[in-house]
Write a protein that binds this ligand. Structure first.
Ligand code: ATP
Length: 295
């Protein structure tokens, strides 16, 4: 049977700025994206040849849609239609990335689906062509197709590759609150006195290998919105700082928080302390390291 398995890596934002809004409502962003080694696993297989467009998804999580609202199903349908692929497809998803977390879980699954369909049926199609095809489905999907360390501008589709950052230990924690991305951006629009991170300056520091200097200057303009609603975000950042992280901040529209550590041992210790803390112990916590090579 024709069958292919791909890892779909989550991302964090090392910095996130919003520059404005287009007439169609899309926000113009300037973000530094970084893949991390928390991943979903997607297997797709041919399921018989048909004239129709049958795409079936099974997953181990019961809190995400499995029909045409799932971005994997949409991505497979787009590939079938664009390249006239007359097969029914079965997709199996093992989900580890927290849902609605600011870690691009749905977008990275969709990216893995685009890549898997390309590799299976149309290997001559370039990443660039795939990114163009994927953009209407979601502004973060082109980045997820590339992965690694990158600057994303425009609505997220203007990508510039950045030098790989030095490997560093992370603790990532998602408190049990759901944050709809659209709502956070809408609230952001009403904010005044926004303090914008100097993305160019951060990139210069990262390029010089000074990750601490870079992260000291960094920021996420959406954080005051989400952290204003959920005080646990600030508490988690404080907890991680008190347990040795040299930087702790929120990724995307939240609510996930990450802490960066000098050594794996320090990260392990903070992770253990987090798990032992009566309030935070049940949160989705990950003890991980950044990665740069994603495929
Ligand atoms: P982003 O960081 O891109 O804003 P997110 O990490 O905050 O995304 P997702 O995990 O992508 O959010 O989930 C947002 C919603 O997308 C979910 O509530 C779910 O209904 C829908 N969704 C569609 N496809 C998927 C998928 N493959 N995995 C998870 N959620 C999906």
């Amino acid at each position: 049977m024709n069958r292919i398995t791909r890892k779909a890596y989550a991302k964090i934002n090392l910095a996130l700025d919003v520059k404005g809004r287009r007439d169609d409502g899309y926000h113009l962003v300037d973000m530094i994206m970084q893949s991390v080694d928390i991943y979903d696993t997607l297997t797709i297989m041919e399921h018989g040849r048909t004239e129709g467009f049958s795409v079936k998804l099974v997953t181990d999580r019961d809190d995400i849609p499995t029909g045409s609202d799932n971005l994997i199903v949409r991505a497979v349908e787009i590939m079938k239609s664009e390249y006239e692929i007359r097969s029914s497809m079965l997709c199996e998803l093992t989900k580890r990335i927290p849902v609605a977390a600011g870690m691009a879980g749905g977008s990275t699954d969709a990216a893995a689906a685009f890549i898997a369909m390309r590799d299976m049926f149309v290997p001559e199609v370039s990443d660039g062509e795939l990114e163009k095809l994927a953009l209407p489905l979601g502004a973060d999907i082109p980045y997820c197709i590339r992965g690694g360390t990158a600057r994303a501008e425009g609505i997220g589709e203007k990508l510039s590759k950045l030098d790989d950052i030095p490997e560093c230990a992370l603790v990532i924690v998602k408190p049990p609150v759901g944050v709809p991305t659209g709502e956070v951006y809408r609230s952001y629009d009403g904010m005044i006195n926004v303090s914008h991170p100097d993305i160019e300056g951060i990139i210069r520091k990262l390029g010089a290998g000074d990750i601490k200097g870079a992260m000291k200057m960094s920021g996420n303009v959406l954080e005051p919105v989400t952290a204003g609603r959920y005080t646990v975000i600030g508490e988690l950042e404080k907890f991680l700082s008190e347990h040795g992280s040299f930087c702790s901040m929120m990724t995307g529209s939240g609510p996930t928080v990450f802490g960066m550590f000098d050594t794996r041992d320090e990260a392990d210790e903070a992770y253990r302390a987090l798990k032992e803390h009566s309030e935070y112990g049940s949160f989705e916590c990950f003890d991980t390291a950044t990665i740069t090579a994603v495929r």
